[in-house]
Design a protein around this ligand. Structure first.
Ligand code: ADP
Ligand code: MG
Length: 693
């Protein structure tokens, strides 16, 4: 249950003054749906209105405040000319300019003969000081209200600065006094304010310096956010480890048959990872390990051999993939590899219904399936395992924390192995997974030719199409990835469909199209045709991003590469260069590229090292935007900036560890305060893992 004190913060933004049914949805899109979201809506600039020069000496381009007499109204002669209100102080004239203004409104706002305080951006026009659309016009008595430093918030069309400022101010006013959850000694040493004070300072910067992410108020709040994140992860970890683990020690019999039949030998990195996994499986503690390896590093076979050990020990294993396509592909790969050992594999996805599904469930419950492959359908409520011992999650960053918990609940002390191809920098690793044990496949299987990556303007599309045509005649298989249009799956699709039509017209019938709106079976059919020999050119949206394996593909064209995150480009490019053929990746960019856009594409051209790419991406874009998209599933921070607050993160991790060591149930006074913190940052899911108290 959320603490009652927080209720006002968890009301919808529409409950704030000035946000009616028209504005509330706009603000919601900008900052989030709840009052608490506005607390985290940071100003990015300040306007200092304390500057009060004589009108005649006001410098152009600065915001200033004036005390003037209203002399005369000059309505426009024609509709296109502005309305002018001539004012002055002792030094000279100050003209106020209004476009499309209503005369009666202006007459009331600026009555002739009266004195008014006006504030706005100073312009010079024909030698006269003027302000177009002043930000403030008030009677002299309200001078103090205007002569302040105003925060400037990110806005969107339809929401004015005034509206936003008012809403945020009201949100901050609703922030209740809360017991301190930070360690007092640490907070004092850092010189950080208390929570409410920090909010007040965040939204009331006194100057530019007050906006710094390294200022005390901002650091405090960033630390709160990171602490909530680390504590939540630590709680998940603790709850996963609560039950004693089980010993899963294989005798190597089945595994030996599989490895003997492999057409290659395991790399050193694969062997090391496997040894680490084996040790975890055989230990009585519960395994919680990540297998991290670049695209193509060979994680699948490691996962299979790990699952085989579980089967040898008499248990079942499950492999969860993020998409239907991948689940099916994994099944096909694993079936081929596992055949020599006679392992019994099954498939369960959201698409399986009725009798087929019942048959799988029955076999699973009876222990007639050794390894079940599927999507998150694997962990639906009615899926009962005979004895699940090991769960492997592929591309795990796409699954949320609660899915990890659901999955763990499916068996008796299930060991968990999560696999990711996203080369996550250490800092991000911590925020997404906390202290997970990590095995890294830092060595690619031998014999892979490097991918030749080139960066070209879209203007050279014709040349590119010519080159692709030649590659196709030479027998190549080609991916053509279409641009990502933000927040609009529809326009993604339209772009891909257009490109598919154009390329089909040029290259003939062996051009396919795959996109996220297609039904699963359709997608599979297209992928199978591309993997087999029905199609040579595959136009795709980013549905091919994860894991899809067509070793014969050796060319990839990515349109509007500048719109993708680096990590995403890296994942995409990983689809080629899997076989021995020389591969080429063409990154096409549109329009003039920004400096950082250029730098990012050049990184792609210069290296294939996923970790390097990820680190560079973090440097160039900052953690907030890292990995580009919300779909990445990595936590997004509102206050913490991982490129700047890395040290705070490390401290928060240690803090969280210490907290749980001393007070695992969060029962002590500080523990109680920390529960509030978890709610504040909406980590409710993990609070439920705690017994109430
Ligand atoms: P990922 O880590 O991206 O999941 P995969 O497991 O799909 O990588 O492996 C990529 C390709 O490398 C597959 O075609 C697989 O058969 C091959 N492979 C895996 N391990 C080795 C190895 N030790 N030597 C040679 N090829 C390997
Ligand atoms: Mg894979």
């Amino acid at each position: 249950m959320r603490p009652e004190k927080l209720y006002p913060l968890f009301a919808p933004v529409a409950s704030l003054p000035g946000l009616g049914p028209r504005l509330a949805p706009l603000v919601e899109k900008l900052a989030g749906p709840l009052v608490v979201d506005l607390l985290w809506h940071k100003p990015y600039a300040v306007v200092d209105r304390r500057f009060m020069p004589p009108a005649a000496q006001a410098p152009e381009g600065r915001v200033a405040t004036f005390k003037v007499r209203v002399d005369q109204h000059l309505p426009p002669e024609s509709g296109r000319r502005p309305y002018r209100v001539l004012c002055s102080d002792d030094s000279g004239p100050l003209h106020l300019v209004f476009f499309h203004a209503k005369a009666d409104w202006l007459a009331k706002l600026l009555p002739v003969g009266e004195v008014r305080i006006v504030s706005g951006l100073v312009e010079h026009f024909n030698g006269v000081t003027q302000i177009s659309h002043p930000d403030h016009v008030v009677p002299p008595a309200q001078l103090d209200e205007v002569m302040t430093v105003e925060p400037v918030y990110p806005l969107t069309a339809g929401v004015t600065g005034k509206t936003m400022t008012k809403a945020v101010r009201a949100a901050v006013a609703r922030a209740p006094d809360l017991p301190e959850w930070q360690d007092e000694a640490y907070r004092t040493r850092q010189g950080w304010p208390g929570w409410r004070q920090a909010l007040a300072e965040l939204h009331g910067p006194e100057d530019e310096a007050g906006l710094s992410p390294l200022g005390p108020a901002r650091q405090r709040l960033a630390y709160d956010e990171l602490l909530a994140n680390q504590l939540a992860l630590a709680l998940v970890r603790a709850s996963l480890r609560q039950q004693a683990g089980r010993v899963l020690a294989g005798d190597g019999g089945l595994r030996g048959r599989i490895t003997a039949a492999l057409p290659y030998s395991l790399t050193g990195a694969q062997q090391r990872a496997l040894a680490e996994i084996d040790a975890d499986l055989a230990a009585p503690a519960r395994m919680l390990r990540m297998l991290q390896g670049d695209v193509g590093a060979g994680k699948t076979v490691v996962a299979l051999l790990a699952m085989t050990a579980a089967v040898e020990a008499g248990a079942q294993a499950a492999l969860m993939a993020p998409t239907e396509i991948l689940a099916r592909q994994h099944l096909a790969t694993l079936e081929a590899l596992a055949a020599p050992a006679g392992l019994r594999l099954g498939l369960l996805t959201g698409r399986d219904k009725g009798k087929a599904r019942q048959a799988v469930l029955a076999a699973l419950a009876a222990g007639e399936i050794d390894i079940l492959v599927g999507t998150h359908a694997l962990f639906q409520e009615d899926v009962l395992y005979h004895d699940l011992g090991l769960a492997v999650i592929d591309e795990q960053h796409r699954f949320g924390v609660h899915q990890r918990l659901d999955l763990a609940a499916k068996g008796r002390a299930v060991d968990m192995l999560v696999m990711t191809a996203t080369p996550i920098p250490r800092t991000l690793m911590l925020t997404a997974y906390g202290d997970m044990d990590v095995s890294r496949l830092d060595e690619k299987p031998p014999g892979r030719a490097p991918v030749d990556t080139r960066v070209l303007p879209l203007a050279r599309l014709d040349e590119v199409i010519g080159g692709v045509g030649r590659a196709l005649s030479g027998g190549a298989k080609v991916y053509w990835v279409c641009p990502l249009v933000e927040e609009s799956e529809k326009s993604d699709l339209a772009a891909a469909e257009d490109r598919h039509r154009d390329l089909s017209a040029l290259m003939g019938p062996r051009v396919g199209l795959v996109h996220g709106r297609m039904k699963g079976a359709e997608k599979d059919a297209v992928m199978a045709a591309f993997a087999g020999d029905g199609l040579d050119l595959l136009v795709a949206t980013t549905v091919i991003e994860v894991g899809v394996d067509v070793p014969a593909a050796s060319v990839m064209v990515i349109e509007h590469a500048e719109r993708f995150g680096l990590a995403q480009l890296h994942q995409l490019r990983g689809r080629i260069g899997r076989g021995r053929a020389k591969s080429t990746c063409l990154l096409l960019y549109g329009g003039p590229l920004s400096e950082s856009g250029k730098a990012r594409l050049n990184i792609m051209r210069d290296t294939e090292d996923g970790f390097l790419i990820a680190e560079e991406d973090l440097k160039l874009r900052g953690g907030g935007e890292l990995l580009g998209t919300r779909q990445s599933g990595l936590p997004e921070f509102r206050l913490a900036d991982l490129a700047l607050h890395g040290e705070l993160l490390a401290t928060a991790r240690d803090d969280a560890r210490l907290i749980l060591a001393r007070d695992p149930e969060l029962k002590e006074p500080r523990g109680q305060a920390l529960r509030t913190l978890l709610y504040l940052f909406q980590r409710d899911a993990v609070v439920k893992t705690l017994r109430s108290g």
